[in-house]
Design a binder for this molecule. Structure first.
Ligand code: UD1
Ligand code: BG6
Length: 515
């Protein structure tokens, strides 16, 4: 048996097995499940499929499993609860995987298993059943549209670098077909029918994990600013267990690259139970979150293979701007703001490309910072989440401890850490310029090494640091797309210079499908 997930009642199953004289060789919950299936098979004398169905009805927890039994070597049985699972339907061959990217080289025809379903594959065909009711379920075959080139490295050393460099294209894909210049309108087919319900909502919550949570935080600033309603953002792992005020007048937006993150999925289910309208901002088409939300917007960034998320983040922020504009338009937003944001959205792909074209400046800077053990990232306003994301990228892939902070909060703690051994990355924009410059001076006075990512370029900043990365200025709601890219490149280059496994950092998973 292959198992992804957690069998929560494995201890009681293990005890039951022990009482029958069956000892497990390992401490894994996976072994308990396979031993339990084997025990029932011998005891009940049922078919393999029926035994597995029986066993799964006793299991509490999450699983995506694939099982083979030597008595029926031509049968592959797979089942899912809480963990993603799909079947690829090829020519005289079948595949079972948790994600479509490893199998699209062989087939584009995919059957997504839903919660509590079991699939039996035999040489002459397949059948899907409901584990509890044992009814046969007729499943649609979905055609996946990824190109093979999209999941190959395309000449880059790492997927992460390829994905960073794809961002002009992926941001253009997020916008494609969704901006109508002639009518100055945003069109998002995926939420169009729900616009009034969203605008009438009493609360907007946004929930996500990891990098998607950072995009969600920026999204909350955008929606609150453009719609003038309070927007709350929360880690899905907290939201799902906390007592919230979510009700049928709430909209819960969830952001997820994979569409499979267990906590985010659980957060949506909780929101739905409370009667909220759920809206997904998701990359992987057909993923669990995209299917379980009432409505949503795909970011269309293509497969993201590098564990550290890059292109998904910039596309998520882009989509938040589109959603903000679409909704604000219905609320009669100030025309000047509307037009300036529209114009900048349209220019984003070329502006992203211009930042990427200066990628070598960042690799030069990285050489000077490989041997530090700690970093601070500071930004204000929309650049605070960028500081968080910059710090996360560095710690994920280079194993250097890094913290992101709102720049003004520095004096409430982190300033105590600043000395010659503490590089500080500042993200400087026109908004709040004077204030952040005084934070830079505070760090300089204490000997901290300074790296500046800035939309401003002037002698004053040059006096403070030799390490300045300039990015073009755009509407502040979109600015983080551009300021984030040099920080992705900084983390990438430092990690490569340190010899780290950039695409598969230790202890991390691309898609966290268990709690
Ligand atoms: C859709 C098509 C796109 C086509 C366009 C033409 C898909 C995936 N997209 O794009 O290929 O060019 O129409 O009009 O076939 N959804 C959720 N939750 C999510 C994400 C999406 O429920 O988290 C739903 C949406 O509500 C929508 C569907 O999935 O019903 C497709 O979403 P999206 O691709 O964003 O819609 P369009 O941009 O209209
Ligand atoms: C994992 C990934 O921790 O999950 C991160 O390594 C990602 O890159 C996070 O940001 C959330 O994943 P998702 O798919 O829900 O955006």
């Amino acid at each position: 048996m292959v198992h992804n997930g957690i069998i929560e009642n494995y201890n009681s199953l293990k005890k039951l097995l022990a009482d029958k004289g069956i000892t497990c060789q390992t401490d894994t919950d996976t072994e308990v499940l396979v031993q339990f299936i084997a025990y029932l098979y011998k005891e009940e004398k049922l078919s393999v499929v029926e035994t597995i169905r029986l066993a799964l009805n006793e299991v509490i927890g999450a699983y995506g499993i694939v099982v083979l039994c030597e008595d029926e070597p031509d049968t592959i049985i797979s089942a899912r609860l809480g963990s993603p699972l799909l079947m690829g339907i090829g020519e005289n061959e079948y595949f079972v995987a948790s994600d479509s990217s490893p199998i699209i080289e062989y087939t584009r025809n995919i059957v997504f298993l839903d919660e509590g379903e079991l699939a039996v594959i035999r040489p002459d065909g397949y059948e899907v059943r409901n584990i509890k009711a044992n009814e046969v379920i007729s499943k649609d075959i979905n055609k996946i549209q990824y190109n093979l080139e999209e999941i190959e490295k395309g000449g880059y050393d790492h997927f992460m670098l390829k994905e960073i460099n794809e961002q002009a294209y992926t941001v253009s894909e997020a916008i494609r077909g969704r901006l109508n210049r002639d009518e100055m309108r945003v069109m998002l087919g995926g939420i169009y029918d729900w616009v009034h319900q969203i605008l009438d909502a009493e609360h907007i919550y946004i929930t996500a994990c990891g990098t998607s949570w950072h995009a969600a935080l920026i999204g909350s600033y955008i929606l609150e600013e453009l719609l003038n309603v309070p927007v709350k953002v929360e880690y899905a792992s907290e939201f799902r267990y906390r007592v919230t005020a979510v009700n049928s007048n709430s909209v819960v937006i969830c952001v997820s690259q994979s569409g499979e993150t267990a906590d985010t999925l659980a957060a949506i289910r909780k929101a739905k139970e409370k009667g909220a309208l759920t809206l997904g901002i998701v990359n992987v088409v057909g993923s669990s979150i995209s299917r379980e939300t009432h409505c949503g917007v795909y970011i269309h960034a293509g497969p993201e293979i590098g564990v550290a998320s890059t292109k998904a983040f910039t596309s998520q922020v882009t989509i938040f701007n589109l959603i903000g504009l679409l909704l604000a338009d219905k609320k009669s937003i100030n025309a000047e703001i509307y037009h300036s944001l529209m114009n900048d959205l349209e220019r984003m792909p070329q502006l992203v490309q211009s930042v990427l074209d200066h990628g070598n400046d960042v690799s030069d800077i990285a050489q000077d910072f490989v041997n530090f053990s700690n970093f601070l990232y500071l930004g204000r306003g929309y650049q605070f989440p960028v500081a968080l994301e910059g710090a996360l990228k560095l710690k994920e892939i280079s194993y250097i401890h890094a913290e992101g902070y709102p720049a003004a909060e520095m004096k409430h703690g982190p300033i105590a850490l600043i000395d010659n051994d503490m590089p500080v990355v500042f993200i400087v924009t026109e908004k709040g310029y004077e204030k952040i410059v005084s934070n830079i001076q505070e760090v300089r006075a204490r000997g901290g090494q300074i790296i500046i990512v800035s939309t401003e370029l002037n002698d004053e900043l040059k006096d403070y640091s030799d390490h300045i990365i300039h990015v073009p200025k755009v509407h502040h709601c979109l600015q983080s797309v551009l300021t984030n890219i040099p920080l992705q490149l900084l983390a990438y280059n430092i990690a490569v210079l340190k010899g780290c496994d950039v695409d598969m950092p230790r202890n991390l998973a691309k898609s966290v499908t268990v709690e």
